[in-house]
Design a protein around this ligand. Sequence first.
Ligand SMILES: Nc1ncnc2c1ncn2[C@@H]1O[C@H](COP(=O)(O)OP(=O)(O)OP(=O)(O)O)[C@@H](O)[C@H]1O
Length: 260
Amino acid sequence: MLTVTNLSIRTKQTKETLVRSVSFSVKNGEALGLIGESGSGKSMTSKCIMRLLNPRLFDLRGSVQWNGKEMLAMKLNELDGYRGKQVSMIPQNPMTAFAPMLKLGKQMELGFSLKGHRERTQFRGRLAAALAGVNLSDAEKIINSYPHELSGGTLQRVMIALTILQRPELIIADEITTAVDAASEYLILNELEKLRRAGVSMIVVTHDFGVAARLCDRVAVMKDGEIVEEGKMREVFSDPQHEYTRQLVQASVLFQEGLC
Ligand SMILES: Nc1ncnc2c1ncn2[C@@H]1O[C@H](COP(=O)(O)OP(=O)(O)OP(=O)(O)O)[C@@H](O)[C@H]1O
């Protein structure tokens, strides 16, 4: 279980507070939607949970506990057993998740610690199936590509397939359907729904209530670095209390009806 308590993030250089006293929790097997407009602090909060913020650039206050362990105090060597294994993030900009000078197949071998021909062959079979699940049919081409040779949407789907293979306990999915076509979005959401049914917990970062409604039990709405409303998905969606949430819900409904 993840518990974030009074998390604040401030830049050291400009002293700007980007995230202010944010608190939420994600129970085992639960999915929380982190919703809000661009710049509201969703990605910063997610990166902080993954310990991806450079302490020389950001002041972090508060607490991020994973199964009772304080993540913000965890040493770098301890993080190896946490990141990617227990908690994985599918980042908004997937290019940052891959080393630019290594072919993807090589990176996967290293990431999954594959040894020997047999392990590699077995992995490639599983990879091909996971890639097909997110609408990528040419596994060979992907394995033999450098990251810059693939589009952002394709790399994002590769990340999703790899996360599915890793099967962590918690997945943080940051705007994972914004760079892909509608058919791929449909398949990606199906794959995430399967993981949910298998008991994987999730934080779904999105500005789209529709995406959150498909996957999430609860939702926290962020605005200007703060959570302004939190509750059960259905209740917040059908009876939003905060004016900003009302606007988001309305925009989502209008969008779904094709009116904007
Ligand atoms: N590396 C950084 N240094 C300083 N400020 C940053 C940095 N990254 C993001 N910010 C600022 O932090 C605030 C929150 O950004 P964040 O990326 O978390 O927003 P978001 O809600 O995820 O929106 P989006 O979906 O557009 O990424 C914004 O004001 C942004 O300009």
